[in-house]
Design a protein around this ligand. Structure first.
Ligand SMILES: Cc1ncc(COP(=O)(O)O)c(C=O)c1O
Length: 391
């Protein structure tokens, strides 16, 4: 059975997916590298910093212990869950029960990808931010649910206008992500209070993706949705070790929040995947014990990159958003090319890999997302190369 007939067997839910943006970007990168181009990678949010030594040391010593190589505990090691509860309480003043309010994940993406399976029945609606991390929309589609975009509004500091979001009897959940990828917005706690009231009034679940919670600039601190009284009744948050600690390849994150939702997510997880390798969990535990100064040093590196990129883009006539957090600069294309054509030109002419905003939602069609995952020298080089391009 070949060709069209085989294609006919592919499920509708997979056919509904457009090619995965970051896969497309990775492929474009490979192609450009193979053609001998010297690339500057400002594409995916894939941190380039060296891991703090303590984390590597934990990995090395724990690797020698046979018990760490056995089948991992599904919900995550108790000692890691206890450390997360402790960290969350110190960082956000939120108390979590390590027994049933925390689930260790193979990266936050695993949880974000599986949560629709735990909440949505066929054709039920999840509200998805536009622009936003593509996984929310794609995982809802895969699970048989219906993603409905709501806009993040520039004039509203890239927060949604909650009063204008249309909710139907089929709407069950809303995804949000702050510090925001791609816009860099970091809301105050009063936004989360409004979000809580909106969700309560409309009886919907809040899934807040806090992958970049520790990467904020100019002395700002991000908040947890769970800081709002009562939020644990209706919400889950997803944390990632990939971004702050540059542990992207390790694949570890966690979900925290409502016990019933954690239970449901765990049921899906134990069916479709397994626990996280114990060595990785122990490395994550040592990451949580890093000092505030060590985290601050990481922030400073990204902030310096941000400042160099913003200054350079402005000099080139772009009008970039100045991010308050996360590791991206979201910039409207200042000439009459759409995001995809601009990204292709940047890559093909000068080997600069970026993310076309359209891949992050319809409202990104005129935006480019520059990621801050290359050193200052490379960012400066990218700006020099951009100057040569005739758009
Ligand atoms: C907003 C956002 N959430 C989640 C993730 C996934 O992170 P992880 O590596 O923990 O799966 C990313 C990665 O790019 C992201 O940008």
């Amino acid at each position: 059975m070949m060709g069209k007939k085989t294609e006919d067997k592919i499920s509708d839910r997979v056919r509904k997916l457009k090619p995965y943006l970051f896969y497309k970007i990775a492929t474009a990168k490979e192609k450009a590298l193979a053609s001998g181009k010297e690339l500057i990678d400002l594409g995916a949010g894939n941190p380039d910093l060296s891991l703090p030594k303590k984390i590597i040391e934990t990995l090395r010593t724990q690797a020698l212990k046979p018990e760490n190589h056995r089948h991992p505990v599904y919900e995550g090691l108790r000692e890691l869950r206890v450390a997360i509860a402790d960290w969350f309480s110190k960082r956000f003043g939120v108390n979590l029960n390590p027994e049933d309010e925390i689930l260790i994940l193979g990266g936050s993406k695993e949880g974000l990808g599986l949560i629709p399976w735990a909440i949505l029945n066929p054709n039920e609606v999840a509200l998805v931010p536009d622009p936003g991390y593509p996984i929310y929309q794609r995982s809802v589609l895969l699970s048989g649910g219906k993603p409905v975009f709501f806009p993040l509004i520039k004039e509203n500091n890239w927060l949604p206008n909650l009063g204008k979001i249309r909710v139907s009897s089929k709407t069950k959940l809303i995804f949000l992500n702050y510090p925001n990828n791609p816009t860099g917005a970091v809301p105050t706690l009063s936004f989360f209070q409004k979000l809580f009231e909106f969700a309560q009034e409309n009886k919907i679940i809040v899934c807040h993706d806090m992958a970049y919670s520790e990467i904020t600039y100019d002395g700002r601190k991000s908040h947890s949705f769970l800081e709002i009284e009562g939020a644990k009744e209706i919400g889950l948050e997803f944390f990632s070790f990939s971004k702050t600690y540059s542990m992207t390849g390790w694949r570890i994150g966690f979900a925290v929040g409502n016990k019933k939702l954690i239970d449901a997510l765990r049921e899906v997880k134990v069916t479709l995947s397994s626990g996280v390798f114990h060595l990785v969990q122990k490395g994550a535990l040592s990451a949580l014990l890093l000092s505030p100064k060590e985290i601050d040093d990481i922030r400073k590196i990204y902030q310096q990159r941000r400042d160099v990129l913003i200054k350079g883009l402005k000099e080139l006539g772009w009008k970039p958003e100045v991010p308050c957090g996360a590791i991206f600069v979201w910039a409207k294309v200042p000439f009459s090319l759409d995001s995809e054509k601009t990204a292709v030109k940047l890559l093909e002419k000068e080997g600069i890999l970026t993310t076309p905003g359209i891949g992050l939602g319809p409202s990104g069609k005129d935006y480019i997302r520059f990621s801050l995952t290359s050193p200052v020298g490379k960012i400066k080089e990218a700006l020099t190369r951009m100057r040569k391009i005739e758009f």
